[in-house]
Ligand binder design. Structure first.
Ligand SMILES: [Zn+2]
Length: 694
């Protein structure tokens, strides 16, 4: 018996499924007698291009045509039916094997002869993208100005490979994959007329496997029918034949995740492996299953429309499974599984990958259900010694700030260990105060933050900076003096102590790397927040420059922009504040380098400059209170700062001065440095404020 897809090959446009956007206009052109001389049918394989080309030929050559509904009785119609032997006037050429210039020439020469019997001589070129350049060139003339009686239909999966000069002379009809619901209805129809009983859910599997191709789906159904004993196809049999993981196993595994039942999870895994199932396929199926649950959870009672062919019973089970997890958990599980899938190709020990994945999923489910207790499992051991944030307790640590990064992130175990380290002990004693807190402790990328606000980013900023530090120390040094100051959709404004500092974001990550440093920061932000951002730059007022222990959110809500001085003072005042900021940040290094700095100076530097890497650590060290003394003292210190900054800058022979010098730029520098002008670049950067996209 012929294959299903041949026996059910459509003979009219009405029978073609899922391509109404193509068949509709074609039929209209036929009935209004406006058919073109050349057509290009493109689209994925198995979705009806060649079939439609034959139908079109049949319509054009029907004795009662041209018509959109071939009569089916005239000699042409009979010959071109699916059981017919083919017509002399309809020439099908497989361009894959007849792609050369000779074939094209032959075609061209033959085409000039009138049709043997019917209205048109029709050439169907299948796999037209295989025709060579010379072949197309040889065809060009005849496609361009064909004789009245000649029609061309090109069918291809890759229209871009068809010579543009040819393509532009055709009417292009793009075919599509058939949507699942339509395909399912069609398969149901076919199996009914084949007289087979099919258990619910089987066809949905076939549709999924067929991937939208009618031919592939029919072939699979054919195979199932052929392999079934008594014209009945069971779900179990279909799953086995199509290579799907048995549903029972998937349900078992998901239940194990929900109940955090490690033994059951690993036993199910073992039975998967024992059954000879491909581990990769199992992961794929699990991912698809989690996806189904996610969709069901999101759509509730509307779900059945999205799952054509799935029985109510199954939907009920999935709905129950959906109730076991939070949306965030499901999303995070999905991501974990998807990551595993990506890493599985070419892996020599797929089982190991699989087991690791299950272990992580168990921990993840555990962590997000139980809060702190579970989370601590996920978190690498905290190493407070690494923590620049300890500076709050030990102001002297400031001096080591430049050295700290060398010892810090390099020895850290996980990407976020340092940002979260101090909060871990707290978190494991007390329940998390908010989602924010609980997510921050996750060592792996978190779900996109529910509350995507500036505060949320500020709260994670120190962790983000630490993550960057593990990749690139120099970037860490600069970023530790920054704080986010505004968030507008996906545009994050990062406040830098000095505008010139922001330049580092544009610099390449390394020699030969086309990627800018900004990408490192972007990735780190994504790791901590699940959001991808774009950057703009702002320059911080000196009092905004991060201070250890200060409450970040309440301290610098204002974006510094030219002309909008937040402190209310005049332009000159604002400017001097800015220069103080520059000086202060410079003093960070100089304070470290020079023991000669007086005690008063070093104190002022430490607190006032507040620009050490640790400063951005916001809420985890100090309880969040709107009235934060740190903010005040920073404000005050920045005013009493001049001595520190002046001495610092002179030590450093770089930078500028503090508030007492009411102007900035060259005069300031001359004043401070005795006429030696250094740092023009910085100044020109500072004068050009505004925002810069990175
Ligand atoms: Zn006919």
């Amino acid at each position: 018996m012929a294959a299903l897809y041949r026996r059910y090959r459509p003979e009219t446009f009405q029978e073609v499924i899922g391509q109404i956007h193509v068949t509709g206009p074609l039929r209209h052109a036929l009935t209004s007698d406006r058919s073109h001389h050349a057509y290009l049918f493109s689209g994925p394989r198995g979705c009806g291009k060649t079939t439609s080309a034959r139908i079109l030929a049949r319509c054009l050559n029907c004795a009662k045509g041209p018509t959109d509904t071939p009569c089916g009785e005239c000699p042409s119609c009979v010959e071109l039916s699916r059981d017919g032997g083919g017509s002399l006037d309809v020439v099908e050429i497989d361009a894959a094997s007849h792609n050369g210039v000779d074939d094209a020439r032959e075609l061209r020469e033959r085409a000039v002869f009138a049709p043997a019997r019917d209205r048109y001589k029709i050439y169907i070129l299948d796999e037209a993208h295989m025709v060579t350049q010379q072949g197309f060139n040889a065809l060009l003339k005849i496609v361009e100005e064909p004789p009245e009686h000649v029609k061309f239909i090109f069918a291809t999966t890759d229209p871009d490979k068809v010579l543009p000069t040819i393509r532009s002379r055709t009417h292009h009809y793009p075919f599509r994959l058939v949507v699942p619901a339509e395909l399912l209805a069609y398969l149901q129809q076919v199996s009914e007329s084949e007289g087979v009983t099919i258990e619910e859910g089987v066809l949905a599997l076939v549709v999924r496997s067929g991937g939208g191709s009618v031919r592939d789906s029919l072939s699979l159904l054919d195979q199932l029918i052929a392999g079934s004993s008594d014209q009945a196809i069971t779900l179990e049999g279909a799953q086995a034949l199509l290579g799907y993981t048995p549903r029972v196993l998937l349900d078992e595994v998901v239940a194990a995740f929900a109940s955090k039942d490690a033994p059951v999870a690993f036993q199910s895994l073992d039975s998967v492996m024992q059954s000879g199932q491909d581990p990769r396929r199992f992961v794929e199926d699990l991912l698809a299953h989690i996806r189904d649950i996610i969709v069901i959870q999101a759509t509730g009672t509307e779900a059945h429309e999205l799952f054509p062919g799935v029985s109510q019973g199954d939907l009920g089970i999935w709905q129950e499974q959906a109730s076991w997890f939070s949306p965030a958990q499901l999303a995070s599980m999905g991501r974990e599984i998807s990551d595993t899938l990506q890493h599985m190709s070419g892996v020599t020990a797929p089982r190991l990958q699989l087991e690791l994945m299950v272990a992580k999923l168990l921990v993840r489910a555990d962590a997000s259900v139980n809060g702190s207790a579970g989370r601590s499992v996920d978190v690498p051991a905290a190493t407070p010694a690494d923590r620049p944030a300890s500076a709050t307790n030990q102001p002297a640590d400031q001096k080591a700030s430049t050295a700290a990064p060398e010892a810090g992130p390099g020895s850290g175990p996980g990407p976020e260990h340092s940002s979260t380290a101090p909060s871990v002990p707290e978190a494991s004693i007390e329940p998390p105060t908010s989602d924010v807190a609980s997510e921050e402790v996750f060592a792996t990328p978190v779900e996109p933050l529910a509350e995507w606000t500036l505060e949320a980013v500020v709260e994670r900023w120190s962790g983000i900076v630490e993550t960057v530090g593990e990749q690139k120390r120099s970037l860490w040094v600069v970023l530790s003096e920054t704080t986010p100051v505004a968030l507008n959709a996906d545009v994050l404004t990062v406040g830098f102590a000095k505008r010139s500092d922001a330049e580092i974001l544009k610099k390449p990550q390394g020699p030969g790397s086309p990627l800018p440093n900004a990408d490192l920061l972007r990735d780190a932000i994504y790791q901590h927040t699940g959001h991808r951002v774009r950057f703009t730059i702002a320059e911080l007022e000196p009092h905004q420059v991060p201070t250890p222990g200060a409450n970040a959110t309440s301290q610098w809500p204002v974006v510094s922009k030219p002309g909008s001085d937040s402190s209310g003072s005049g332009d000159s005042g604002g400017n001097s504040d800015e220069t103080a900021g520059v000086a202060a940040s410079e003093s960070e290094t100089s304070a470290h380098a020079s023991p000669a700095v007086s005690e008063e100076d070093s104190m002022a530097t430490t607190e006032g400059a507040g620009s050490a890497p640790e400063n951005t650590e916001p809420a985890s060290l100090v309880e969040e209170s709107p009235e934060e003394p740190g903010a005040e003292s920073a404000e005050a210190d920045s005013k009493s700062d001049p001595t520190a900054s002046a001495s610092a800058t002179s030590q450093n022979a770089k930078g500028s001065s503090g508030p007492p010098l009411a102007t900035r730029g060259e005069p300031v520098l001359r004043q401070v440095l005795g006429g030696e002008l250094i740092g023009e670049e910085i100044l020109s950067e500072m004068s050009g404020q505004g925002e810069a996209d990175v």
